[in-house]
Design a protein around this ligand. Structure first.
Ligand SMILES: [Zn+2]
Length: 602
């Protein structure tokens, strides 16, 4: 990465915490007293192990369906889309480890006027155009280690069929009517703006409350309040959805489901928007044809935003009359959490639940809006020319270093500043010096003192030494699962990672205090075995808790401990019970997991 990129380093997002669980079905599994069979190690045992008892089978088979937005194919994946996707992936992995039946959806929004125009400029059909973009997203998600279960494209037949059924249902239920639309439209954002919204923006701009963005350009042409680009004036026959009939129903839903919109600041924003009154929404376009044709209105295609929102149900079986699809839909819907950026919260918290209600379907359980990633205080975006590419950053910091930084340095839900300098600092402090260094020291000492084998100790000796010396690492590890999942359920990734880092810090301190080199020198073999086992076992457990955010290195740590990393996503309540590391396993030293980065060399 060159200096230019470094100076241009930009943005980032984050949020406040909240809770995605609900009393009925979410955390059931998490709270269940679960139960690992006694692990194979001969390490120390204590009363702490009592919590590690056998869990009831099928305790936790409830569906955990989560989604990212589907990304618009007007460009390639960037820091912002990667941010949302990594966050969703970390939750998906953590929930799989909590033994939930996880289904993670991502995909692409491939319709709309802008796509049609891009294709025309490129001299290809719109389908050819989107076909050329889709592999870039799939490749980016592969590079970032995204474990999605399904990838939907809105040009797929399963989706277009569902959109048509959805429109037909809304029409049959009396929520769609035809009228003329006249007003301003942002083509790049595919967003309509009412005169009132534009007047309000002009007022704010005049009052200097729009971060320097004007309401009109030099020629007096109105500019988009969201992206600052010139608005078009459109006049066409459209279908309208009776959004105005849903004010009371939405407010009642928000009231009854206080966690539906998170974080709290977004909830307040949506509440005041809806209380201000809702206008019917134009849901079709007639001046171009790159969209889903509306069955009862020849010449109309679905407004691209509505088309896009419906992906969340078509991907899990809506619109498919087969028994299998219907069962799947009943199992997966309503979704547990939609991850979105805060800029698309009205679509997800107002329009989408209203349309679902109109179709007789349940609204989502939660919409979590993260903030913006900022560099120099401005929203990160490619159009403003200050975007860093995820691939560039991964090349320097590794995929895990990238994922860790974005999910920890900015509180998920809030806006936050990102910079290369911070990224290097966090990487060096948390990963190179702390976690990576612990692994490196422990593996090297195992190699040196025990010929690379996990030391063996009789349970009697281990118990006696625990009695005499204590085992602070085992104590911290025993309480970690609860603390970790309390943070994860609130989508507080920073908190979850901080909890694991506490264990790592304690282990580094333990190395210093127990000084294995001195024990080796004075030939106190039992003590040395005890201490080294405790350190290695702590590493094994920390790797499990790091895995949702740093899957590659956690798998590598398990491999170096002689463990099958494919078992790392088994029920974490069991895998993180103390004593799971078998004595006699061969430990591999390997290269540093997180080599230090000198900022000046980046
Ligand atoms: Zn715009």
């Amino acid at each position: 990465m060159n200096v230019e990129t470094k100076n241009a380093s930009d943005a980032k997002n984050a949020s406040e915490t909240n809770d995605i669980s609900d009393a009925n079905d979410a955390p059931a599994a998490l709270d269940a007293e679960s139960a690992p069979a006694a692990p194979g190690a001969k390490g120390a045992k204590s009363s702490i192990d009592a919590e590690c008892a056998p869990a009831a089978p099928d305790a936790n088979d409830a569906s955990f369906y989560l989604t990212t937005p589907i990304y618009y194919v007007n460009g390639e994946p960037h820091l912002g889309t990667a941010y949302t996707t990594i966050a969703a992936d970390a939750l998906a992995r953590a929930m799989r480890m909590a033994d939930r039946d996880v289904w993670m959806l991502t995909g692409l929004d491939e319709h709309g006027q802008k796509v049609a125009q891009k294709a025309e400029e490129a001299g290809v059909s719109p389908q050819e155009w989107v076909d050329s973009i889709a592999p870039k997203f799939k490749q980016a998600w592969e590079e970032l280690n995204i474990s999605y279960d399904d990838f939907i494209r809105t040009t797929e037949e399963r989706h277009t069929r569902g959109v048509q059924q959805f429109f037909q249902t809304l029409y049959d239920n009396g929520y769609i009517y035809k009228s003329n639309y006249e007003g301003f439209y942002c083509l790049p954002d595919e967003t309509f703006f009412t005169d009132e919204a534009l007047a309000e923006f002009a007022e704010q701009a005049a009052a200097g409350a729009t971060q320097g963005r004007p309401a009109t350009d030099e020629d007096g042409k109105k500019l988009c309040p969201d992206c600052g680009r010139p608005l078009s004036y459109v006049q066409e026959e459209n279908l309208f959805f009776k959004l105005s009939s849903f004010e009371e129903k939405l407010l009642a839903y928000y009231e009854a489901n206080p966690k539906f919109i998170q974080p709290e600041i977004r909830r307040n924003e949506v509440l005041s928007f809806v209380r201000g009154g809702l206008k019917d929404l134009s849901v079709s376009r007639t001046t171009f044809d790159w969209g889903v044709p509306i069955p009862f209105a020849p010449g109309h295609v679905s407004y691209v935003w509505v088309d896009a929102l419906i992906n969340y149900i078509t991907a899990v079986g809506y619109g498919d009359s087969s028994l299998l699809a219907q069962e799947n839909f009943a199992k997966r819907w309503p979704v547990q959490v939609h991850f979105v950026g805060k800029d698309i919260i009205r679509f997800h918290c107002v329009i989408w639940p209203a349309m679902l209600m109109a179709a007789g379907l349940e609204p989502p359980k939660q919409v979590f809006a993260h903030g913006f990633l900022l560099t120099k205080g401005e929203k990160m975006s490619k159009s403003r020319g200050n975007a860093l590419s995820p691939a560039e950053l991964c090349e320097v910091f590794s995929v895990d270093g990238y994922r860790y930084y974005f999910l920890t340095d900015v509180q998920f839900g809030a806006d936050g500043s990102i910079s290369l300098e911070r990224m290097a600092q966090v990487y060096n402090a948390d990963l190179a010096n702390s976690w990576g260094n612990l692994c490196s020291r422990a593996f090297n000492m195992t190699n040196k003192y025990f010929d690379g084998l996990v030391p063996e100790l009789s349970s009697e000796v281990a118990a006696a030494l625990t009695e005499e010396m204590g085992n602070p690492l085992q104590e911290i590890a025993a309480s970690l699962y609860k603390r970790y999942y309390a943070s994860i359920e609130a989508l507080d990734y920073s908190g979850a990672m901080a909890a694991v880092q506490e264990l790592v810090a304690a282990a580094n301190l333990y190395v210093e205090n127990s000084a294995p080199w001195a024990l080796a020198k004075s030939a106190q073999l039992e003590r040395l075995s005890f201490v080294m086992y405790n350190i290695l076992e702590t590493i094994r457990i920390a790797a499990v808790f790091f895995a949702p955010v740093m899957p590659n290195t956690s798998a590598e740590v398990w491999r170096r401990l002689g463990l099958d990393s494919s078992l790392m996503y088994a029920d974490a309540k069991k895998t993180t019970c103390w004593g799971g590391l078998p004595a006699g396993n061969r430990v591999e030293v390997g290269d540093p997991l997180f080599p230090r980065k000198e900022l000046s060399l980046i």
